[in-house]
Design a protein around this ligand. Structure first.
Ligand SMILES: [Zn+2]
Ligand SMILES: [Zn+2]
Length: 174
């Protein structure tokens, strides 16, 4: 899979610069598309769960149409260069884990862009499929008056509080 200058340029324009992380995301996205037989995701059929929030995510957004707003870009923060992909229609799913660079590799970006995705990633089983987006009832916080979904509401003295108006109470992490 040779470097597609046009697609790479689109990633660079969106991200603002070129870097090794963007190259990893670019290759992960192209590999995922090839494995799925998919292209740009117009809707939510293609879902990505990323295990980092670094530069590479931008390439995945541009190339696969996975975005936070559409709800098909989710995070499972583990600080790993790993991405699970799911096709909601075909049911195909897998996880791409970036391999260690060979010892003494000088430039990550150059290395990543000049190698085939098959050499860059190990294909593993996808993490469990995330739940579809859900709508929550909303409540006003008794403290700041702002409205938030019930998943983010706590009870304090019988009143609703948003998480920002909660005093931390944690006896287990001292
Ligand atoms: Zn970057
Ligand atoms: Zn509040």
């Amino acid at each position: 899979m040779a470097l597609d200058e046009k697609l790479w340029q689109r990633c660079a324009d969106f991200h603002g610069h070129v870097c090794g992380g963007l190259a990893i995301g670019y290759q992960a996205a192209r590999y995922a598309a090839a494995l799925m037989g998919a292209d740009f995701s117009r809707d939510e059929e293609l879902v990505c769960v990323a295990e980092n929030d670094a530069c590479g995510i931008d390439a995945i957004q541009v190339l696969l149409g996975c975005s936070v707003g559409k709800g098909n870009l989710l995070f499972h923060m583990r600080g790993k260069q790993a991405f699970s992909f799911y096709d909601r229609r075909g049911g195909k799913s897998f996880r791409l884990v970036f391999n260690d660079l060979p010892e003494g590799t000088a430039g990550t970006m150059e290395y990543v862009l000049s190698h085939a995705p098959e050499e860059l990633f190990t294909v593993k089983e996808a993490r469990p499929m995330p739940q579809p987006a859900k709508l929550f009832r909303s409540y006003h916080c008794a403290c700041c008056g702002e409205k938030t979904g019930e998943k983010w509401i706590r009870l304090v003295d019988g009143e609703y509080r948003c998480l920002d108006c909660m005093e931390e109470y944690d006896r287990f992490h001292v």
